[in-house]
Write a protein that binds this ligand. Structure first.
Ligand code: PLP
Length: 384
């Protein structure tokens, strides 16, 4: 079965009791037992819920994994992966990371006896060098947020394997439509389904997909024990969003490329970050590893920080807001919004300056989006 078909059918056979074509929202906390321990596979909705099962099976199929878990947020999913680790474990992390994940590691898990090394994973040797006897996990995001660097999943998976570490890839930006990390050798894929999978900026959610049975047993235990599970209605909304994921991603890709090209040629723009531009340093790797370049474009203006901060509230159609991956276009200032929890010197080390602007290019008509950007450009003055 091909991707678009899986997105609509996997985990979503018509309801047996009524014939409903769409998976019902099983808004129930518990399930009747005919005798103690005798039930139809569900006992209590923290442990399992049929609407959630449909979503878990669906995302698992899209990532070509074996087992999947849905969570109440991307961070709840990532936190549950961290539950796999024990006191003293060491984790090697790509240094260009979503601010919330950075905060989870450096402000929560350091207090639980875990140690972290943040490295420039563009060169996989830096990961190999950081690994020691206690290293259990390697954590990546690619394309990275918000600088859109492309990391070589296959090479890094090889390093993980030869050092007996698990490789975790946050696949939120690419989605399984554009990139399938498990097929490239990753062990665990994590998602914020809040973004492209949900796709309509109306829920918060997360997911984990894996291949290994032993890992499944552990994560199933942590999911029910720690309990960061989503409600059935949120699961249903993500399922509904996923049905159009392929169509939406095609349009996100198309629009983002047009906008990246427009920005690259613009006299008031200093620098554009988009893996679909041949000028991007990992353009070849992006072409090999992904089947499209995604909907996020970052750039810097030829201007000062004040003008940059003014610009993000001037763009018609691009609303100033955190988050990304919805049908509507958004604009934000990472240094003071999505990545504000990363100390300034750490941000600058990876190239995330106070001048960076991030666009989440939506699926509106691209002519309108260009007009919205051009109007804002005409209102600011930049050094030539
Ligand atoms: C948004 C995001 C998260 C966090 O997910 P939430 O759903 O907001 O909890 C993690 N990783 C990436 C790459 C994200 O964009």
């Amino acid at each position: 079965m091909k991707f678009e078909t899986k997105a609509i059918h996997c985990g979503q056979a018509p309801d047996e009791s009524t014939g409903a074509i769409i998976t019902p929202i099983y808004q129930t906390s518990t399930y009747v037992q005919t005798a103690i321990g005798k039930n139809k596979g569900y006992e209590y909705s923290r442990v399992g819920n049929p609407t959630r099962t449909a979503l878990e099976e669906n995302i698992t199929a899209l990532e070509e994994g074996k087992y999947g878990f849905a969570f109440a947020s991307g961070m709840a999913a990532m936190n549950t992966v961290m539950n796999l680790l024990k006191l003293g474990a060491h984790i090697v992390v790509s240094n260009n990371l979503y601010g919330g994940t950075y905060r989870l590691f450096t402000e929560v898990y350091v207090n639980y006896g875990l140690t972290f090394d943040f490295v420039d994973a563009l060169n996989p040797d830096n990961i190999a060098k950081a690994i020691n006897k206690k290293t259990k996990l390697i954590w990546l995001e690619t394309p990275t947020n918000p600088l859109l660097k492309i990391l070589d999943i296959k090479k890094i998976a090889g390093i993980a394997k030869s050092n007996n570490c698990l490789l975790v890839v946050d696949n939120t930006f690419a989605t399984p439509y554009l990139q399938q990390p498990l097929k490239l050798g990753a062990d665990i894929v994590v998602h914020s389904t809040t973004k492209y999978l949900g796709g309509h900026s109306d829920i918060i959610g997360g997911a984990i997909v894996i291949k290994d049975k032993d890992c499944y047993n552990k994560l199933a235990f942590y999911q029910k024990t720690v309990g960061g599970v989503p409600g059935p209605f949120d699961c249903w909304l993500v399922l509904r969003g996923i049905k159009t994921l392929a169509l939406r991603m095609d349009r996100h890709n198309e629009n983002a490329l047009v906008i990246a090209r427009y920005l690259e040629k613009h006299s008031k723009v200093e620098k554009v970050y988009y893996p679909g531009l041949p000028s991007h340093p990992q353009y070849e790797l992006a072409k090999k590893q992904m089947s499209g370049f995604g909907g996020i474009v970052s750039f810097e203006l030829k201007s000062d920080i004040e003008t940059t901060k003014k610009f993000v509230s001037l763009t018609k159609y691009f609303s100033l807001a955190g988050s990304l991956g919805g049908v509507e276009s958004l604009i934000e200032h990472p240094a003071s919004m999505s990545h504000a929890s990363i100390p300034k010197e750490k941000r600058l080390e990876v190239g995330l300056t106070d001048k960076l602007i991030r666009l989440s290019v939506g699926i509106e008509n691209v002519e309108d989006l260009l007009e919205g950007l051009e109007q804002a450009m005409s209102k600011i003055s930049c050094k030539k």
